[in-house]
Design a protein around this ligand. Structure first.
Ligand SMILES: [Fe+2]
Length: 268
């Protein structure tokens, strides 16, 4: 089974009307254009499905989410995709634009079965907070979903990382959450949020963080650097292994050499 892991697309129809995006993007270089380029480069027959780990739009309207769906349909047709909500995805616009139902506490959570694989979506969004949390109600629902193992195991997707070196960036979780994950059939955790690629263990399970499609962020002690680094991942899931491949879309990346096979020591 093969799937794509995309994250932090930050789409908007208009980047000039938002204070942040107005500063760093232009009409001819912005996340929507990068997303179009990515989608155009993907052959949907190569994948069974895709996951998108949040910040689908940047403080968008329902119509911005409509743009996400229409671009997907235009380039990838009916390739299924499963997505979660990020900290830049306001609830009402997200629900209306992505055509999903929020639960009673205003979260979007879901559990899908795809060819024997269980795909669990949690909502780590917190109103007015850049970092994430999982509610007690989500924890209780997760317990129910995980009470029986799935044929091919489970994957968990959410926007904020469960594990990160800076404790403030770790998702706040209810007591017992970590133990539940550790004892479950969850095989991998997929996240976004930090706009940098990493693999970190959480309760012994790999947490894969994707580069963003929109822009990269390099964190230093005293500042955040925004870059044009963009990328995504492809994943191959077998019965007992996970292969995770990074792909970069950085506009100014260039090739410096080529070596033909079989190798004969000639570089050109
Ligand atoms: Fe983001």
């Amino acid at each position: 089974m093969k799937f794509l892991h995309l994250s932090d697309t930050h789409l908007r129809q208009d980047y000039a009307s938002d204070w942040f995006t107005h500063r760093i993007f232009t009409d001819y270089d912005n996340p929507t254009i990068r997303f179009r380029h990515l989608l155009a480069s993907i052959n949907p027959v190569d994948y069974d499905f895709a996951i998108v780990t949040g910040d689908l739009c940047h403080e968008g309207e329902a119509s911005d989410y409509g743009l996400f769906r229409s671009l997907w349909q235009e380039h990838l047709g009916d390739l299924p995709y499963f997505f979660c909500r990020g900290n830049h995805d306001p609830g009402a616009a997200f629900a209306e634009g992505m055509q999903v139902e929020m639960n009673l506490e205003g979260s979007y959570i879901a559990c899908h079965e795809f060819k024997g694989l269980r795909i669990i979506i949690l909502d780590s969004y917190q109103e007015g907070d850049h970092e994430g949390a999982i509610s007690e109600a989500q924890f209780q629902q997760l317990k129910t979903w995980l009470s029986k193992p799935a044929e091919k195991g489970s994957i968990l997707i959410q926007h904020h990382p469960l594990a990160w070196e800076e404790p403030d960036i770790c998702t706040r979780v209810p007591q017992g959450f970590a133990e539940l994950i550790a004892s479950s059939d969850i095989r991998a955790i997929f996240v976004g949020h930090v706009h940098t690629a990493s693999v970190v263990t959480y309760q012994g399970i790999n947490q894969y963080m994707s580069e963003a499609i929109s822009f990269g962020v390099d964190e230093y002690d005293h500042e955040s650097i925004f870059t044009n680094r963009t990328g995504y991942n492809s994943v191959t899931l077998t019965s007992d292994q996970i292969f995770y491949y990074r792909h970069y879309l950085t506009p100014h990346q260039s090739m410096i050499a080529r070596m033909a096979k079989p190798f004969d020591n000639s570089i050109f």
